[in-house]
Unconditional design. Sequence first.
Lengths: 315, 325
Amino acid sequence: MALIAVGPIAHARSFLFRAGAFVALALLFVVASLVSPTFATPTNLLNVLRQMAITGVIGIGMTMVILTGGIDLSVGSIVALVSVLVAGFQGHGTVVVVFLGLLSATVVGAINGAGVVIGRLQPFIMTLGMMTVTRGLAFMYSGGKPMEILLPGLDAVGSRAILSIPIPGLVFAVLLALGGWLLTAVPFGRYLYAIGSHEEAARLSGVNVGMQLFAVYALCGLLSGVAGVLFAAQQSVGMALAGTGYELNAIAAVVLGGTSLFGGEGSVWGTAAGAAIIAILGNIMNLSGINPFTQDFLKGIIIVFAVVLQRSFSR
Amino acid sequence: MKENVLASETQTEAPAFGRGRSWAQVMERYGILVVFMLLVVASALLSPVFLRPANILNVLRQISITGVIALGMTFVILTAGIDLSVGSVVALVTVLAASFQRLGLVPVLLLGLAVGSAMGLMNGVGIAMGRISPLIMTLAMMYMGRGLAFMYSGGLPIYGIRPAFIQFGNGFTAGIPNSVLYFVALLILSIAVLRFTAFGRFVLAVGSNEEAARLTGVRVSRVKVQVYLLSGIFSGFAGLIYAGQLGIGVALAGLGYELSAIAAVVIGGTSLFGGHGSVFGTFLGAAIVGVTNNLLNLMGIDPLVQDFMKGLIILAAVLINRRRT
């Protein structure tokens, strides 16, 4: 699709294109510091990090799926299923429930992958179906009631900090680094770009497209499972309504981060910047005491503004 | 690559009428209809009440609001776009319709359509002129629309919808629910527009190959603005029906309607990549979801289990109907 860039101008342009989200983030950071004196304090920034951890972790998996030209709408309902399973099996201890949660999330992701690869369904419709099925399972299991979680080990994950960095933020940072490494330094990641750029060409060059796609949906499921565990740890509750709308948040972070919905172009770093933009917006509006009703409205305007800004830098 | 695209285009487009038509080709063209028939037969066997006229009208009434939205969504998706703002158009319109009842029926209807048009127009301008990706532009409009609805209503339901308005949304004409009449009328209109007008051909052209459409002289930006405008108007109308049926205006109205509408369009066989699909397919897609909901209710299935079953049935429907390539 993309023309081959030659020469220093093209290089600068492609750098700015990739940098667009970061430029927008930096500007937002400056504006936020000017608007509220509390914004740039370490406590508040760590708070922002904690708030963006869940969207960020899901965003990493979503980036990889979107890089192949696919999409995953089931991520939010995986968070719900994992949260109720963690609550239901808490008698077995933290390690067991975390393992169980991640396993079930991976299974849902693998079913998505199987539907896309073997069933040849459009990713949108396959994962939309699984979104309904998975949330349905969470409703059936929990009977529609919130389930309290009383696990000291899990609670520590949600509330404690290591080197004063909240554990959810740390988990996000580690997974982000792993994701970045996977996409740039490992054949698996490079193949995802190849599939997204031109699936048929990737197949003809010997990429096992089916296996790759299957793995990427399973991986996105697994990462959504991590987000589900973080949700359970932070909220100490498992409920079938958890994670409603997370799919749109994650997709917004990915697209704000400059990843093309048609696949083949983008990075997890951009997604992290996108997630940070969304989290900082929410944070700064809370700090300035803006009515929650007005926040949605402003968020919409600012997202359009951020995208236009990013575009003007990428020209 | 270009030659390949053209070749495959002709293969799928060429109607294989008459002899030599394989089962696969029949399924490709009429698969969704076959799935729909199978579902209807199964429902009739499973529940004696299903085929009663009152129940069928009930199913149609239940799908009419998301159905109207899905008709507009079909045009948007045919251009390879998407409109996530439809549910929040419904919310804003219900809130405004409820609070301006004193103006009288017709002015309120016009107000609702105007609000829908304005939001659709902004989407279209942002996408066509601002070159913002449709998903992001309409996601932002979704936040703005619902935010405005919350700000205006203060998060509280607005009461006081007058009988004439309730008659508009919830009444019957000749024994048929008004909302069903609107839906069917808009369905026929949409089919005609897509099939027989230049605009309809332009929509398909833009979705198949935007660059080719531009080079052939199609004013691509204008077509794009028009489809989002259309989607906004249809969603505004859906919001008016909603307010009439519910009798209140609430900022939470229409939550998740964007996914229901998109599901109807995609189950109906329209490609999310644009260029392929039909309005009648969207009707069948909406009907499949409606019949599934109805059947699960008639069989007395626990509401907690219904989501799960619904997901499975939709996946099964799409699996039977998948494009054979």
